[in-house]
Design a protein around this ligand. Structure first.
Ligand code: NAD
Length: 254
């Protein structure tokens, strides 16, 4: 039956940036759908792990700074997840940072930090997970893109460069791995109420003008992404490759 195709029972996921915000939401959505989940963050993921266990699923936590992780370190995180939970079926590349600074002054440090976390870690973690998934003949990689995978944004050139590249890497990996039973797709969230967007939400005029431009009339929440995430992580999306799916309250269509 069709709803069985969305079940993640017996699957194992790895979610980066899972201590809070959208990443915590992704981890809990996978667990609600039946998966055991390894959660990675620079901060302690104990709260997310406790919530996963409350749902009756297994969880392991990995604490690491993705800005300092080498490709070998990233492969090690995949090995830890496989060793701890027995296999790896789903990777959600969610961890990301944003640095707001005008392009004319945008520092090398901001450029490098954003590109390292938002792009390099996405590629090399996907590479390590992809090797496991290709060998087992199945797997789901979900990258978290952005409206700035389509648009230029203001004051965030490093973030825009990284998120455009995430869309490109999603398509490149999808092309190479589709025939091996590995699906690589992305979700492009719209404006979501998280720590990432707190500075612009604290500017009352900016907050209101963004909400007014969203056809749905409100900012998104982590829960708004759960349905698409479970779809992309499950057998229901087995013939979907290289898609970048906006979940944005209609922002892009306006
Ligand atoms: P957030 O800042 O609340 O969460 C990001 C998570 O990544 C945090 O738990 C943080 O600790 C972790 N992280 C940051 N740097 C890290 C590092 N060096 N090593 C390991 N973990 C690190 O932000 P969020 O809004 O939940 O963002 C999650 C993802 O969604 C990001 O990729 C972001 O670009 C993307 N996104 C967010 C929005 C939005 O409106 N909030 C919109 C589009 C895309």
């Amino acid at each position: 039956m069709i709803l069985d195709d969305f079940s993640l029972a017996g699957r194992v996921g790895l979610v980066t940036g899972a201590a809070r915000g959208l990443g915590q939401g992704h981890a809990l959505a996978l667990a609600e759908a039946g998966a055991d989940v390894a959660v990675l963050d620079i901060f302690d993921c104990a709260e997310t792990a406790a919530k996963i266990r409350d749902l009756g699923r297994r969880a392991i936590t990995l604490q690491a700074d993705l800005s300092k992780a080498t490709p070998e370190d990233l492969a090690g995180f995949v090995e830890t997840a496989v060793a701890g939970l027995g296999r790896l079926d789903i990777l959600v590349n969610n961890a990301g940072i944003i640095r707001r600074q005008p392009a004319a002054e945008h520092s090398a440090a901001n450029w490098n930090d954003v590109l390292t976390i938002n792009l390099d870690a996405v590629f090399f973690l996907s590479q390590a997970a992809g090797r496991v998934m290709i060998a087992q003949g199945s797997g789901k990689i979900v990258n978290i893109a952005s409206m700035l995978s389509y648009q230029g944004g203001i004051l965030v050139p490093s973030y825009t460069a990284a998120k455009h590249a995430v869309a490109g890497v999603t398509k490149a990996l999808a092309n190479e791995w589709a025939a091996s039973g590995v699906n690589v797709n992305a979700i492009a969230p719209g404006y979501m109420a998280t720590e990432n967007t707190r500075p612009i939400r604290e500017d009352a005029d900016r907050e209101a003008s963004i909400a007014a431009r969203i056809p749905a009339g409100r900012w998104g929440t982590p829960r708004d992404l759960a349905g698409v995430l479970v779809f992309l992580a499950s057998a229901a999306s087995d013939y979907l490759h290289g898609a970048v799916i906006p979940v944005d309250g209609g922002w892009l269509t306006r």
